[in-house]
Write a protein that binds this ligand. Structure first.
Ligand SMILES: Nc1ncnc2c1ncn2[C@@H]1O[C@H](COP(=O)(O)OP(=O)(O)O)[C@@H](O)[C@H]1O
Ligand SMILES: [Mg+2]
Length: 267
């Protein structure tokens, strides 16, 4: 049997609405279409990543039952038994729960509390047969996001191309610096500019401001505003599965290829 070395990528930014979940779902789906085996982990109490693949009643069944990330974290159990299949080939998911809102409290008294997720993922990483594990982080900077980053090899920062898109990015970089003291091998793979409106010049400005602020890889692929994304989410589908010809479907496929080439180039 050939050994797979799984790469774990977190999608994080403390600013809400920056496109973390949309990017995680659609890059994951594109990688699966390219034949890679992908596991998505919904780390946010808003359940948006789970809702990207399943209708609301199914999502609530998982969220209110036991088969979700929150239960596994609270019981410090191996995540192997929490994986569900999405309707798509090569694409699995671990659902979230609204109870994730209390995760900071629940983790507080645990031994090595920033490494709970990392420990629970160990067996899946070794024997799950995945090429990629993509983790969608909530818009916070605390112990739980620390857990997500400690369990990851890479982090991708989606930044919205808007005047406020950059707001708070400095905090995010500072947070990443502190996490890197714990896990020096964590690698900031790059920033993705999302929700760029072609009629406005903010996208370019966002990019330039970012690069001035810190030397950082900015992915060439920019995700533009596309209403098909919202329609697709309304139908619990990745945009490519909803409308193959959608502009953002092509952009996310390009981004997935770019992500893969960076991951390959970095090791
Ligand atoms: N490229 C895009 N074009 C149009 N709407 C988008 C695009 N990307 C994301 N959105 C919308 O913006 C909102 C925030 O995106 P989301 O991925 O949930 O961000 P986050 O996870 O960072 O909070 C969602 O309502 C989503 O439908
Ligand atoms: Mg989100």
């Amino acid at each position: 049997m050939t050994e797979r070395k799984v790469k774990t990528i977190a999608f994080a930014n403390n600013k809400g609405g920056s496109g973390k979940t949309t990017t995680c779902a659609n890059v994951g789906y594109s990688l699966a279409l390219l034949g890679r085996r992908v596991l998505l982990i919904d780390g946010d109490m808003q359940l948006n990543l789970t809702l990207s693949f399943f209708p609301e009643d199914t999502v609530l069944d998982y969220a209110c039952g036991e088969k979700n990330l929150y239960t596994a974290m609270k019981k410090e159990e191996d995540l192997q038994d929490y994986v569900i299949h999405t309707p798509y080939e090569n694409l699995d998911l671990i659902p979230s729960s609204t109870l994730m809102s209390g995760i900071e409290y629940d983790l507080f008294a645990k031994w090595q509390r920033e490494l709970i997720l990392s420990r629970s993922l160990k067996r899946l990483k070794e024997t799950g047969g995945y090429d990629y594990i993509l983790i969608d982080a909530p818009p916070t900077l605390g112990g739980w996001v620390m857990n997500i980053l400690c369990a990851s090899d890479y982090v991708i920062l989606p930044v919205e191309a808007s005047p406020w898109g950059l707001f708070g990015v400095a905090n995010m970089f500072e947070f990443l610096d502190s996490v890197k003291k714990l896990v020096p091998e964590l690698n900031l793979l790059g920033v993705v500019i999302t929700k760029m409106d072609a009629r406005k010049s903010y996208g370019r400005q966002t990019l330039e401001a970012l690069q001035e602020f810190r030397e950082v890889n900015v992915f060439h692929t920019i995700i533009r505003v596309d209403s098909e994304i919202e329609w697709a989410q309304d139908h619990s589908r990745p945009v490519m599965a909803y409308k193959k010809s959608a502009r953002s479907a092509g952009e996310y496929m390009e981004l997935a290829k770019e992500v893969e080439s960076h991951v390959r180039g970095s090791r």
